[in-house]
Design a protein around this ligand. Structure first.
Ligand SMILES: Nc1ncnc2c1ncn2[C@@H]1O[C@H](COP(=O)(O)OP(=O)(O)OP(=O)(O)O)[C@@H](O)[C@H]1O
Length: 904
């Protein structure tokens, strides 16, 4: 690493200013042309034009040729290569070329779908622009991190992601450098002079883009942005990690392999049988090719990827941005949600509703707080004015500040003038304090959780005060205790918070009301109908959380409150989580969250867990779906999560789970549809092979290809867009261990829909031959009297298969409900897909050049009339099956975990 960095502008025009971050601070400032008021907005805009946006371009584009060759060498494609080779060996060059064309088209199709999926995930970044706090023109403001320029004065606080390489000018922060150095222990960075000879990354006063701030607060001057940052340099060197397959894709791949193996095995066995019954080699090879082509589920994998990607896009529009495709399917099997209270269940818009002072001795909700208490409520805050004239900061403090009285602007200015020191809110201590001038003395103002404040108060009747706390909390109010300590005249400002927050005098209690979000009660009800449990994990008081739980309907049929969750034992936790109650974990810490996530995982539950603080990262990692807040959460939590809610709303989690279920269902729907055609495609070949040549081949390989890769593609894609089936949230969550392809589904695809279709197509094939006077064994080859009838018969098989698949497509739309419930026209894409299927098939049958290529012939009216009823037969047979299962299956709203609940 170079000891000094002097940079010149680059050819792209995105230059860098020549400031060395290790120069003495005044010089460094001068070179970057910046000061205490930061840059001016105009200067920042000008620099942005010169230096370019603060973005790291991570990706080296992989070459198209490499991507395409990857698809061509795909295991399933290799099977088709094998089929193509067999075709050339058997002297069927047209078929051979056709198969090669299919491989190519398939690869391009897969490539386009993969590309679309990647784009969908990348586009999510736009939903979550990274923010940075910057001081410009003397005002603190939030800007998009991409808009930072060298010379900007930024503010870093706990939980922030460092947005650019910068040098601290005041304050101190703890940073996690693991992203750059791999070391996970956080290190301290302070505004101090540079260290002689230290490598840049170890300089004690520098922070780097991409690392995170785990504690403290500081100001810093940006000296490198975008590709010029250390992260930018590393990113330019490293290749992007390849996308990992989701569990769903892995499962389907495995099944595709299994099917391919069965196809090859069957091909070999029947080749042998064919040889034994005296089938000519050419016919035997034709048979093997047919089996391979009919069984290889071409297009299945990219279609799944695309369905997940579409799911991701829909979720983002609904306010849930997920980072991995696989999250969509995990959401579908989620069965427990552990949620924060403040801001997720509630609006995080608090209002002072009641207060109590030791002097008055009663709770009052009407008159304003007395002067002492009001003053402390003003002093002990960090709120400030936003550009739009509203107060900005912690909603708890905004409520206190506003509740303390009128004249907000004057009080704000006086507070800042008097302030001498501050000990920020510590979520572990549940306390914060400020030290300010009061006449000729200093006063310490403290506020926090009542238990925490009372522990530092002298001369209060703790039992009596806690009884009032309990009373306020039961009304659903967030209760804070407020206290003061006057320091003796001439006393120094205490340096440590332990020295400041001691010997306090209790001023009173305040109760803040935070109304629940209007959509939450309904969302909780939907969770219960869907067999999901909702636990609250909160830093707040148990009684307050229990009151909120009751307001939104959590805790039905039973609520259990763990008042001191930090102390909860593993055994107790296990017992609680396996019981039937929904639980409030009150006064919890980030460790509690981790413990709860661990325990639920150990019980085989699929957990979605919300979190917003920097310390929540481990729990967010540990949960199956870590949910971070897009608005109020920290960058660290967002980084650690799988899903970010852009509206911070609990109801959005439930919507996302519903979407997850829908996408997963839809994947199963098109797998069913694609699998169902295998039987009617294979049976004609079996009949041909097993009859020992008495029956001519009822379906040609080219016709199979036309179905698999032509007529069926659009309806399969359209099934991926099915709306949610009625009752999707009335059934229990899918067990995580349940594979996407179940035995039941295979029976439905192969043993039911497939067999019915096979019977129908064979029926129409024999009907056409029979009406032409054919008898088993009669020659049907070119030049024979029956040749035209034979062409018409294979065309009838082909057309029959297409129409059977129309019925299958309609049947596949629902897994449980009747189609009447779903509505015939609720998936217009499928109707369009079906229209395409019919037109495509008609073109193959009636256009002379295609007739020639695919060996088809015009179909007479009576045959058309027969195949026209096939969709109805297939579809109504499946309707009957579903009706029968609804009649005999478990009732809706069945909740396995609620079974032990005694009737009220
Ligand atoms: N700004 C603050 N100053 C002093 N004390 C606070 C402040 N904010 C919260 N508290 C106290 O700390 C407790 C815990 O707050 P915390 O923010 O960790 O949890 P929460 O927001 O209520 O819960 P959740 O985890 O559900 O969002 C509160 O109940 C309150 O008593």
């Amino acid at each position: 690493m170079p000891a000094r960095r002097h940079h010149a502008g680059t050819a792209t025009g995105a230059g860098e200013p020549s400031a060395d971050p290790r120069e003495p601070l005044p010089l460094f400032r001068k070179e970057l042309g910046t000061g205490d008021r930061g840059l001016s907005a105009r200067e920042a805009a000008r620099r942005l034009a010169v230096y370019g946006p603060n973005q790291v371009r991570r990706r080296e584009k992989r070459s198209l040729v490499r991507l395409l060759s990857g698809q061509l060498a795909h295991p399933l494609a290799l099977l088709l290569w094998g089929a193509g080779a067999l075709a050339f060996i058997a002297g069927m060059a047209v078929l051979g070329w056709a198969i090669l064309a299919v491989i190519l088209i398939n690869a391009v199709f897969a490539l386009v779908q993969e590309h679309q999926a990647e784009r969908a995930v990348e586009a999510l970044a736009a939903y979550l622009p990274e923010q940075a706090h910057v001081i410009r023109d003397g005002h603190r403001q939030a800007v998009e991190a991409a808009g930072l320029v060298p010379g900007d004065l930024i503010v870093l606080a706990e939980g922030d992601k460092v947005p650019a390489d910068a040098r601290l000018t005041d304050g101190a922060v703890e940073v996690d450098l693991s992203m750059l150095t791999g070391e996970s222990a956080p290190v301290e960075r302070v505004a101090a002079a540079a260290e002689e000879g230290a490598p840049l990354l170890r300089e004690p006063n520098l922070v780097f883009s991409g690392t995170t701030c785990t504690g403290g607060e500081a100001r810093a001057i940006v000296f490198a942005t975008g590709g010029h940052t250390e992260l930018g340099r590393i990113a330019a060197l490293s290749q992007r990690a390849p996308r990992r397959d989701s569990p769903l894709e892995v499962q389907v791949k495995r099944v595709a392999w299994l099917i391919a193996a069965v196809a090859v095995g069957m091909g070999a066995v029947f080749l042998l049988i064919g040889a034994l019954v005296g089938l000519p080699l050419r016919d035997a090879l034709m048979f093997a090719i047919g089996l391979l082509v009919a069984n290889v589920p071409e297009g299945l994998l990219p279609t799944i990827t695309l369905a997940l990607a579409v799911g991701v896009r829909v979720l983002a529009k609904q306010g849930a941005v997920v980072k991995r495709l696989s999250a969509v399917e995990t959401l579908g099997s989620t069965n427990v949600i552990c949620t924060d209270k403040t801001g997720t269940l509630t609006q995080n818009r608090m209002r002072l509703q009641a207060h109590w002072t030791p002097d008055a001795g009663t709770v009052t909700t009407t008159v304003a707080p007395p002067a002492d208490l009001a003053r402390a409520m003003t002093e002990c805050t960090t709120v400030s004015y936003a550009d739009d004239g509203d107060l900005q900061g912690d909603p708890t403090e905004i409520a206190l500040f506003e509740g303390a009285g009128p004249d907000i602007a004057a009080r704000l200015a006086a507070r800042d003038e008097r302030r001498r020191a501050i000990f920020r809110f510590d979520a572990r201590l549940r306390l914060m304090s400020t030290i300010g001038q009061r006449g000729d003395r200093l006063a310490v103002h403290v506020k926090g959780a009542p238990e925490a404040v009372l522990a530092r108060v002298v001369g209060a009747d703790r039992g009596a005060v806690m009884a009032v706390v309990d009373d306020l909390a039961r009304r659903g109010l967030r209760v804070l205790a407020v206290a003061v300590r006057d320091l003796p005249p001439g006393a120094e400002i205490p340096r440590r918070r332990e020295d400041a927050e001691t010997g306090l005098r209790l001023l009173g209690l305040v109760g803040l009301y935070d109304p629940p979000r209007p959509q939450v009660a309904d969302a909780v009800r939907r969770c219960h109908d869907a067999g999901l449990r909702v636990h609250i994990v909160t830093g707040d008081n148990g009684a307050t959380a229990a009151a909120v739980a009751a307001e939104v309907g959590i805790g039905v049929p039973r609520l259990h409150v763990v008042a001191e969750s930090e102390q909860v034992h593993d055994d107790e936790l296990d017992e609680l989580l396996t019981g039937d109650a929904e639980i409030v974990f009150a006064r919890s810490s980030p460790e509690t969250k981790l413990k709860v996530a661990d325990a639920l995982r150990a019980h085989g539950q699929v957990v979605a867990m919300t979190g917003d603080g920097a310390n929540d990262a481990p729990a967010l990692h540990q949960a199956h779906i870590g949910v971070a807040m897009g608005r109020s959460g920290t960058d660290v939590a967002r980084e650690a999560s799988t899903m970010v809610l852009t509206d911070d709303n609990f109801a959005t989690i439930v919507t996302a789970i519903e979407s997850g279920r829908r996408v997963y269902d839809n994947v199963r729907k098109f797998i069913l549809y694609i699998f169902a055609h295998a039987v009617p495609e294979v049976v004609p070949f079996l009949v041909f092979a097993l009859s020992g040549g008495l029956v001519p081949l009822p379906l040609t390989v080219l016709q199979i290809l036309a179905i698999d890769l032509g007529t069926e593609t659009l309806p399969a894609l359209a099934l991926g867009r099915e709306p949610a089936e009625p009752g999707i949230m009335d059934r229990p969550p899918r067990p995580a261990s349940q594979g996407v392809i179940s035995r039941d589904m295979l029976i439905r695809a192969w043993g039911y829909l497939g067999l019915i279709s096979a019977a129908l197509v064979m029926l129409v094939f024999f009907y056409v031959l029979w009406r032409a006077g054919w008898h088993p064994g009669d020659p049907t080859g070119q030049g024979t009297a029956l040749h035209h009838a034979y062409l018409t018969a294979t065309t009838a098989t082909f057309a029959g298969l297409v129409t059977c698949q129309l019925g299958t497509a309609m049947a596949a739309r629902t897994d449980h409900a009747s189609l009447r419930e779903v509505g015939l026209a609720t998936n217009p894409l499928l109707l369009a897909g079906i229209a395409f299927e019919v037109l495509f098939a008609a073109a193959l049958i009636y256009l002379p050049p295609l007739q020639h290529l695919f060996g088809t012939a015009d179909l007479p009216w009576d045959v058309l009339a027969i195949i026209a009823v096939f969709p109805l037969i297939v579809w109504s047979a499946d309707e009957f099956r579903r009706w029968n299962r609804r009649r005999t299956g478990p009732p809706r709203g069945f909740r396995p975990w609620a079974r032990s609940v005694p009737p009220p």
